[in-house]
Write a protein that binds this ligand. Structure first.
Ligand code: AMP
Ligand code: MG
Length: 347
């Protein structure tokens, strides 16, 4: 299949009548799948009401069929069509964080969305993305759009249109290229079907931010204890992995430098995921600064691009610094642990 690439300037007025957006919206109405920029990562969108469209999403990504998709909407009014009830706390969270990187789990109304989109669950995950191109597309097509990240399953999520093409060229109808995304890690997934909201996946909105507007918020047991079964089916899979084995290093820069030297002595080509503050202190074959440690948001923004960059450099092994598990650091560490398959070296 030929994959169209539509360049769109996200700053122009009246985006919903932009010819590229109109073309992409038509393809969505015809149950084709197209990649679109959001504020977190690029999504692979398809009509959430159509089994045909949803099957195309799973097939293009090679995504396991038991991993449900997040439904994207451009207007809160769309919710009542497929959500059974909107609890008070969900209302408060939507008011505070939509559009934005927060996905809310609701009880589902049956018979509206494709069962394949929700993987047969009684609940549905919904968010409103904060990106002018995504919002214009949603408004134009007037459909709930199922959109997982637009990468091959297991690979790092795409933060620009080239990453999407690297994985999915020839497998999808098109990509709306609206430039690089901002937040860099996916949305926070919060379950609002119980009295106290529960974070199932850490992401762009922190626990502290949620608590400031709804009070007590819990973490899914699987985020605290690796042996618990995660409530978000997708959280059980290894994800975001670069080609070379990745090890997280809990220790000083000198300790990490020693590990690099050991592996180089064995003849391996070594990569290190560092930060702007530390990158000069290593003698690795490929040292990449993934943002600034003093501003963790910049680490989130650069994370997937950095993981993909190691693939271009053909390293044999990658060591990564670790980050504090608070604020957006929680999402960064969650993604790094998945990318590393939980391989951690302690000093
Ligand atoms: P992705 O679309 O790749 O960013 O992943 C979406 C995440 O949301 C995955 O971890 C899914 O398992 C999770 N998710 C989607 N729908 C539900 C749901 N109804 N209940 C719990 N988790 C969900
Ligand atoms: Mg994903």
């Amino acid at each position: 299949m030929y994959t169209k690439v539509w360049k769109v300037d996200k700053y122009v007025d009246n985006l919903r009548n932009n010819p590229q957006v109109v073309d992409a919206a038509h393809l969505l109405q015809e149950n084709e799948v197209v990649a679109l920029p959001t504020e977190t990562v690029y999504g692979l969108g398809g009509n959430a009401k159509s089994d045909v469209a949803v099957e195309k999403i799973f097939a293009a990504k090679g995504r396991p069929s038991d991993n449900p998709l997040i439904i994207h909407i451009g207007d809160k009014k769309q919710l009542t069509a497929f959500v059974a009830e909107i609890p008070n706390k969900a209302e408060v969270l939507m008011e505070a964080f939509w559009p934005g990187p927060l996905t809310i789990i609701f009880k589902k109304k049956d018979g509206v969305l494709s069962e394949k989109a929700t993987a047969g669950l009684e609940t549905v995950a919904v968010r409103m993305p904060d990106h002018p191109v995504a919002l214009a597309l949603l408004e134009k097509c007037q459909l709930p759009i199922a959109a997982p990240s637009a990468n091959s399953s297991g690979k790092p999520s795409p933060t620009n249109a080239q990453h999407v093409l690297d994985d999915l060229n020839g497998k999808i109808a098109g990509v709306l290229d609206g430039g690089a995304t901002g937040v860099g890690v996916e949305s926070t997934v919060v379950d609002c079907t119980e009295d106290i909201p529960v974070i199932l996946r850490p992401g762009g909105i922190t626990k502290e931010q949620l608590e400031a507007v709804v009070g007590e918020v819990h973490l899914d047991a699987a985020l605290i204890n690796e042996t618990s079964k995660p409530k978000a089916p997708g959280m059980k899979y290894q994800h975001y992995a670069p080609n070379a084995p990745l090890y997280l290093v809990n220790g000083s820069n000198t300790f990490l430098q020693r590990l690099i030297e050991e592996k180089q002595a064995e003849g391996l080509r070594v990569g290190v995921l560092a930060t702007e503050e530390s990158v000069e202190s290593y003698s690795a074959d490929v040292s990449i600064a993934c943002g600034k440690r003093a501003e963790l948001e910049t680490v989130a923004t650069a994370l997937y691009e950095t993981l993909r960059a190691f693939n271009q450099e053909k390293v044999d092994i990658i060591f990564s610094e670790t980050f504090p598990n608070t604020g957006v650091g929680h999402a960064i560490m969650n993604r790094l642990q998945k990318a590393a398959g939980n391989k951690v070296i302690e000093e």
